[in-house]
Design a protein around this ligand. Structure first.
Ligand SMILES: [Zn+2]
Length: 321
């Protein structure tokens, strides 16, 4: 079975890092560190997204058993907690920044939504969002989480104007004042932190400015979001990664042909989706280089090992038979 793995590379996608004091749920430091140690101790080789893009474009060979890591968004704890772990274990990582977070200290509507539902004193919600009625119990932590998830997916199908209106309306219904600047839980990293973090192992790439779902914007707005975020990264940093990363990242839902064309025209080497799957390094034509697959970073070392080894690949092949 081993040759199967030699043909494919898993790229892992990480988001927030857990901080119970600040109410941030996410990956634990321990789970990241265990995975990085596993990579170094079991004959795997960390490579960067840019190396993979070059390998796909120019037949530059990659080390055997390559594995890659990405972080999305640009929150403070990603710079303060996650990047030093990759640095310590000498494993490359690319962090994709929603540049308005760093420029304007703004925070995106989906985190405002989470904040409103977490901070309301109401135990029930009854409201109408984008013309649709919603009623739910939101007394417990789990109820809050499931209601947040439901509304987040619901609003992703609407225009950004409608989405902002709905978030405001929900804040009003639940008597929550939404701060203009991101509170501690949603604090962004700074450009200064990004500059200091750049190294042989740490690179930064663009993830739009405002972190809106691109397919919900006009063509001109989508182009602006992609090009302006890339411009900001190039202005601020010395070794920017010429790979784009789509917010939310579901192919043909959150982005499509239009966005892939804009990304290609802007000169990016490749782009990343959030669709599960390996990158096929042998049969290169099987990849869509402007919609490369990633795996959500798994919670357990057992799952992580499976993605790194041939097991998950073998399962995929069995599925497609
Ligand atoms: Zn994101």
């Amino acid at each position: 079975m081993a040759p199967l793995r030699a043909n494919v590379i898993p790229v892992f996608m990480l988001h927030r890092i857990e901080n119970k004091d600040l109410g941030i749920s996410g990956h634990s430091v321990e789970s990241i560190e265990t995975a990085l140690r596993f990579i170094n101790e079991h004959g795997y080789q960390g490579v960067s997204i840019e190396q993979i893009s070059d390998a796909l474009a120019n037949n530059i060979p990659l080390p055997k058993n390559s594995v890659a890591f990405t972080l999305d968004d640009g929150f403070a704890e990603q710079a303060e907690v996650a990047l030093p772990l990759f640095e310590k274990h000498k494993i490359p990582v690319t962090l994709f920044l929603a540049t308005d977070m760093l420029d304007k200290k703004s925070w995106s509507w989906d985190y405002k939504l989470e904040y409103i539902i977490q901070h309301t004193k109401h135990k029930q919600v009854k409201t109408i969002l984008a013309g649709q009625p919603f009623t739910a119990d939101i007394a417990s932590y789990d109820q809050k989480r499931s209601f947040t998830r439901k509304i987040r997916w619901f609003l992703k199908a609407y225009s950004i104007g409608e989405t902002h209106k709905s978030v405001q309306h929900l804040a009003h219904s639940l008597d929550v004042q939404v701060p203009i600047e991101a509170p501690a839980q949603y604090r962004s990293m700074t450009w200064q932190q990004a500059k200091q973090a750049e190294s042989n192992y740490v690179q930064f790439g663009p993830h739009t400015c405002a972190h809106n779902v691109l397919s919900q914007l006009s063509g001109e707005e989508a182009k602006q979001e992609i090009e302006r975020s890339w411009q900001r990264i190039q202005e601020e940093l010395s070794n920017p990664c010429p790979v784009f990363c789509y917010p939310t990242g579901r192919p043909n839902v959150d982005f499509g042909m239009r966005e892939k064309q804009i990304v290609a025209n802007a000169g990016f080497k490749s782009a990343l989706s959030a669709e599960s799957g390996y990158i096929d390094i042998k049969n290169k034509h099987k990849n869509d280089i402007y919609s490369l697959n990633r795996f959500a970073f798994p919670n357990t070392l057992t799952d992580f090992k499976q993605y790194c080894s041939w097991i998950e690949r073998a399962k995929n092949l069995a599925l497609f038979r």
